[in-house]
Design a protein around this ligand. Structure first.
Ligand code: ADP
Ligand code: MG
Length: 701
């Protein structure tokens, strides 16, 4: 059946008509035959199996059971009556329950006759019950048509109220199969199909809607998931290829004096293998003539800063300037100081530009930027202002990208005739699965190794009731010369209350940790920048032992002597935030600790978050759990991407299929970048159909 036929508006399908067409469009986004064909069932009722009552295990399962009703009674309740049947087989007894239609049941049901029942079971104590079962006398059941796996389609209240029930949807799809004679075009090349032992497209569509068995259903699902992910990957990879061809970059072909001098004389430690590998990857990009757009992922403390610096030195060696942009003023300052220290006596000029830099100083910076007197500029959003003009910006490093949008990134681009190379650093590990589907068009480097000698942070969960013990622990650590963070949540919707908690907390800490033995800093978002800096500075210099803060300190702050992180109301933080906060400690040689304080009231998601934190320090593992808990929709950038509007695959659960789809997409494009070969014509055709309205295709053909 050719693809044009499948574009036929749904209104022309027998059994649809204008009213239903409108409902299908507004409720499920179905406009064409094709859309209906791709309305895949959410789940299936398995009527291939018969359960014994003694075999029942989980609440919520849909099961089919053969047995008899031996007794029927009505139970009066506050909110109306319910009818309860005692249902038995040769292994046990359970209850069937009706809240509606009781009269009809009472009049029609036959006691002590064999019935086949089907429905969802609940468990109360040791007894199972099934509300509103589907029931059929065994005789009728045996005579009837066998549907083995019954598909359940996505639906809405409005649809079922308008009579478009699951049965009706099923019928419409059946009609579609009749009209098309189930003759659907293959969309994957034969070679791939045999290599992966996939079933054909036509068989897959048939079995996803009308599965003949569990086995065929699984094959159908696999085939359709693979295909979906394969085409998503093809699109992403193509986008990247197009970017590389279209956008000329600045070629940094020199590895010159400053880079070599730094490497030989100023490197304060041995680079880890991961750092070396990443620098090499970046150098390859910078040396080619394509513009670099690279995401550098590395867990907190993995040493991204030095990588960024060495790349900036490459830019300088090739006669260009570099900038580093950070999301907060504190972080920009810290980067500035850190970089200056690393550069030491080297002949490199570096300045910082933030909102609080005085006008006169600012003017000087602008001038030196424009006349090339300045090599490196560190700063906040202030760098994006139009007044900030570089002589020749070659590399822009952006730290913690999730705080900057794509629009801001493109502003940086425009600061040069030829767009500068862009290196985005993030410590929020994006699960590899997601990174592949989401940032498939960016290059990704990963520092997956921490500098040597780090002791894993010990994480525990404590209830508020144990606060005194926790305070004693803090005192012991301070006695050993350590410093401590105590962090409070600050969430926009509950800001006023959160500030109160913070201030209450601060007061109680001040009481328990009195002057002059203990010095306490406090930093939060309502303070003036200079007060914040002052307090921060005192903590960094070791003048205060305790830093009470909101999540201002979440990103990047580096105080190696701080070895204890207390997180108050930890149940209110998301996983990635908890992990970021924990990353503030464990930066020195000492054993570090993270204590998650909560009340006893914990949701099951909160429990999972806390358990995950206690179990592992691995940012990627944490990110995977986070993704499972929140779903990809919540993660940064995914809403815009649209690529995650998957119809059947799930990038978390189908991780393995995703990997294989990506592998085959890469292989295909390597062998046939324009998908021009005869054996790939089916792919090319399917690709064109998919990307019809998208500009991408123009570049390839
Ligand atoms: P992040 O990736 O979180 O930005 P940083 O770049 O701030 O990490 O590095 C964290 C700490 O580790 C810094 O104190 C830095 O000097 C140190 N560091 C980085 N790389 C190494 C290394 N190869 N060996 C030893 N220490 C390192
Ligand atoms: Mg950092």
């Amino acid at each position: 059946m050719n693809s044009n036929f499948l574009q036929t508006p749904i209104v022309y399908l027998k059994g649809v008509g204008p009213n239903r067409a409108e409902l299908l469009r507004s409720e499920l986004g179905i406009e064409s035959f094709q859309d209906l064909l791709q309305l895949y069932p959410n789940r299936y009722l398995d009527k291939t199996q018969y359960y014994k009552i003694a075999q029942l295990k989980d609440s919520g399962a849909d099961v089919q059971i053969l047995g008899k009703i031996v007794h029927l009674k009505t139970i009066e309740q506050k909110r109306g009556k319910r009818l309860v049947a005692s249902f038995v087989d040769d292994t046990g007894q359970m209850e069937l329950v009706w809240f509606r239609g009781q009269k009809w049941i009472k009049e029609n049901i036959k006691l002590n006759e064999p019935y086949v029942i089907f429905g969802r079971i609940n468990r109360y104590g040791g007894t199972f019950s099934m509300p509103h079962p589907e029931m059929e006398l065994l005789k009728a059941h045996q005579a009837g048509l066998k549907i083995s796996m019954q598909p359940i389609y996505p639906s809405t209240e409005k649809l079922s109220n308008s009579g478009i029930t699951n049965r009706v949807v099923s019928k419409l799809i059946e009609q579609l199969f009749l009209e098309t004679k189930a003759n659907f075009e293959e969309t994957l090349p034969q070679e791939l199909i045999s290599e992966l032992q996939l079933i054909s497209k036509a068989d897959a569509l048939l079995n996803i809607h009308f599965p003949k068995s569990q086995g065929l259903l699984a094959k159908a699902q696999f085939r359709l998931k693979f295909e979906e992910l394969f085409y998503v990957q093809l699109q992403l990879l193509n986008k990247k290829a197009v970017r590389k061809q279209k956008i000329k970059g600045l070629a940094f072909d020199q590895v010159g004096n400053t880079f070599n001098d730094f490497f030989q004389n100023h490197l304060p430690f041995q680079l880890t293998n991961a750092q070396k590998r990443v620098i090499k990857e970046i150098r390859n990009d910078l040396g080619s003539s394509a513009q670099m757009n690279r995401l550098l992922q590395g867990d907190v403390g993995s040493g991204k800063t030095i990588v960024a610096l060495m790349c900036m030195l490459l830019a300088i060696d090739n006669g260009y300037q570099a900038c580093l942009m950070a999301p907060t003023e504190i972080l920009a300052n810290q980067h500035f100081n850190g970089l200056k220290e690393l550069l030491g006596e080297m002949d490199i000029t570096i300045e910082i530009l933030t909102g609080s830099v005085k006008k006169a100083v600012r003017k000087g910076i602008h001038e030196r930027l424009e006349n090339g007197g300045l090599n490196i500029l560190v700063g906040t959003h202030a760098l994006l202002e139009d007044k900030v003009q570089f002589k020749n910006l070659g590399l822009a490093v952006i730290d913690e990208q999730h705080r900057f949008g794509v629009a801001q990134r493109s502003k940086l681009w425009r600061k040069n005739q030829v767009p500068p190379h862009i290196l985005v650093m993030t410590a929020t590990p994006i699960p590899r699965t997601l990174a592949m589907s989401l940032y498939g068009d960016l290059d990704i480097s990963v520092i997956d190794e921490l500098p040597p000698g780090r002791k894993p942070i010990k994480t525990v969960h404590r209830y508020d009731a144990n606060r005194l013990k926790v305070f004693q622990f803090i005192k012991d650590e301070i006695k050993k010369g350590r410093q401590v963070y105590i962090v409070y949540p600050l969430i926009q919707e509950s800001e006023a209350l959160d500030y109160k908690d913070l201030m209450d907390g601060y007061e109680s800490i001040a009481r328990d940790f009195p002057l002059p033995d203990y010095q306490i800093s406090i930093v939060h978002g309502k303070m003036k920048a200079e007060d914040k800096d002052y307090e921060m500075e005192r903590f960094v210099k070791g003048k205060t032992q305790i830093m009470v803060a909101t999540t201002v300190i979440e990103v990047g702050v580096n105080v190696p002597n701080a070895s204890v992180m207390i997180i108050e109301s930890a149940e209110r933080f998301g996983l990635s935030q908890l992990h970021q906060l924990r990353g503030r400690v464990g930066r020195g040689a000492e054993q570090s600790f993270c204590i998650l304080m909560t009340s006893h009231k914990l949701s099951s998601d909160a429990k999972t978050r806390l358990e995950t934190m206690v179990r592992t320090n691995d940012g990627f593992e944490i990110a995977e759990v986070d993704l499972k808990l929140r779903g990809p929709g919540d993660l940064m950038g995914t809403q815009q991407s649209g690529l995650l509007n998957l119809k059947i695959a799930d990038i978390v659960k189908d991780n393995q299929i995703l990997k294989s789809a990506r592998y085959y997409a890469i292989t295909l494009l390597k062998e046939d970048p324009k998908m021009a070969k005869q054996e790939n014509s089916s792919i090319r055709q399917a690709y064109i159909n998919l990307t019809k309205d998208k500009a991408i295709w123009g570049y390839i053909s």
